[in-house]
Design a protein around this ligand. Sequence first.
Ligand code: ACO
Length: 320
Amino acid sequence: ARRSLLVGFGGFLPDRVVTNDELAAQLDTSDDWIKTRTGITRRHIAGPNDTATSMGAQAARRALDYAGLTPADIDAVIVGTSTPDQAFPATAVRIQAELGMQQGFGFDLAAACSGFIFALSTADAFIRSGQARNVLVIGSEVYSRIVDWSDRGTCVLFGDGAGAVVLSGTDEPGEAGLLSTHLHSDGTAGDLLYVDGAVGRREMSGHLKMSGRDVFRHAVAKLSSSVDEALKAEGLEYGDVSWLVPHQANIRIIEGVAKKLNLPPERVVITVDRHANTSAASIPLALDEAVRDGRIQKGDLVLMEALGGGLTWGSALARF
Ligand code: ACO
């Protein structure tokens, strides 16, 4: 049967780096508080010209280069984002234009921090059905524009950036490829983490709001079951996982899942210390780092997982 190979990886981070100490100069917080509770030491923050479109297009170019493909080879662009430049056209369609593409199709998908897993799953379904052969899967976010910079409980947690993966269909037999993806959402927990308004509700603040403790509790439980679900679906065990590439929200959530899997820290790809939480961009940014620096090797089994506002959550298993 046809399956999807992960053939290209790219990332983009805005130039400006903001340390915890810089935040502590303006807010009642400290480097120590942020580091101990979250693992975050710094984050990249978008400049005036950085948008979900511009950053996503940069990450996409790098992923195409890695894959040895050009925009003309791409049949679909799927962008996970909660921070599009405009209500429409979709970020994906703007990125198509930036890449000089007039063929294929693109659309955005809103699943908050789980956006990359949802986009990966959607792209895989297009490939398996034969509707697309090469798909650009992008997560691109500018949370610096939706956080309330006077709320120390949330603004310290997030950063900006974009990551991209090229998925490519193959009919050749082989072990490598995306093995399975598992998606969930539950709107009854929607008020634990949300953005207050959007272009359809302009009278609201437009700021991100969060009940941190409750999100934490849901994250550990739901990510653990999502990881079990993925392995069980493939008849695999904890010991088979070579790398955990988690959504990067908080080091303590990541360590909770790694501990459950019995994975030593050196088998977990961590970027949250330097990137903070880049929402839908965090997993493709982490993949890009770990593939390019040689940690993730051909044949490795990679487990990805994420949870975000919705609540949405899910996992993906891939053989590299
Ligand atoms: N600096 C200093 N003090 C702070 C800060 C800050 N930046 N933020 C909150 N505090 C204070 C609070 O006011 C509170 O003070 P009080 O005891 O006097 O009332 C105290 O610190 C403890 O606050 P809590 O919110 O209970 O702190 P907690 O230990 O739960 O840590 C955190 C907060 C880090 C947000 C944690 O709940 C968490 O990681 N939750 C997961 C949420 C998350 O990661 N969300 C990201 C988006 S969802 C996702 O991507 C999975």
